[in-house]
Design a protein around this ligand. Structure first.
Ligand SMILES: [Mg+2]
Ligand SMILES: [Zn+2]
Length: 222
């Protein structure tokens, strides 16, 4: 038996986007975050945190600091009757300053190693799961893993929504150019390579609204 999951991004999705959050004091959890996670808990789905923490590779803070922030987040959620079933972070960056973390890795979003690890650890059905985040790389990771993606408009979300519209305009232009030149096929391929993987199935004002809408989908209800 596998269950679906909601994979939550952290910064800009469950807590305020303040640049690099390396101390619990800088963790400002959104007021709606606990309810969003609690709804996932009570639905029987898994709630999993998936976060890039390149501040480790950049030498801004250590993995122990990342864990301290996650302990504080989990404690906040537990005080409000919610819990994350799993927490996964990527400490790497291709151009970091700390040698052991400075590399191209499989886990950094939009890489899928973190969701695949979570799926193996927790028995998650990726095809029925959703990724929720404020960046298009969150959505792209979800699609690469075979899940769906919801963009939230907190954090970088509004900016990323504008970026998405720009990509769609480029795609539309290339599609029509391709249609003129190659009867549609060429342009479509260019468009899919460019924007298709980053296009969310859902855009919601915040994580709670996204969770509510996902759990109300007819296929989930049935
Ligand atoms: Mg984010
Ligand atoms: Zn990594």
């Amino acid at each position: 038996m596998t269950t679906p999951a909601i994979f939550f991004d952290r910064d800009g999705t469950l807590n305020e986007e303040l640049g690099y959050v390396g101390q619990p004091e800088r963790l400002h959890v959104f007021p709606f975050a606990a309810e969003a996670v609690r709804l996932v808990n009570t639905s029987g789905w898994k709630a999993v945190l998936i976060t890039n923490q390149a501040g480790v590779a950049r030498g801004y803070f250590g993995e122990e600091d990342v864990r301290a922030v996650h302990d504080a987040l989990q404690q906040h959620l537990q005080r409000h009757g919610a819990r994350l079933d799993g927490i996964y972070y990527c400490p790497h960056h291709p151009q970091g300053r700390v040698a052991e973390y400075s590399k191209v890795c499989e886990c950094r979003k939009p890489g899928v190693a973190m969701v695949q690890q979570a799926a193996a650890d927790l028995g998650i059905a990726l095809q029925r799961s959703w990724v929720l985040g404020d960046r298009l790389h969150d959505i792209e990771m979800g699609h690469r893993a075979g899940s769906r993606g919801a963009l939230v408009l907190t954090g970088y979300g509004e900016e990323q929504q504008q970026q998405l519209y720009r990509e769609q305009m480029i795609e539309t232009r290339e599609l029509s150019a391709g249609e003129r030149q190659a009867g549609g096929k060429g342009g479509q391929q260019v468009g899919e390579a460019c924007a298709g993987r980053r296009r969310p199935e859902l855009i919601a004002s915040d994580a709670l609204a996204a969770v509510q809408q996902i759990l109300e989908l007819p296929e989930v209800q049935s």
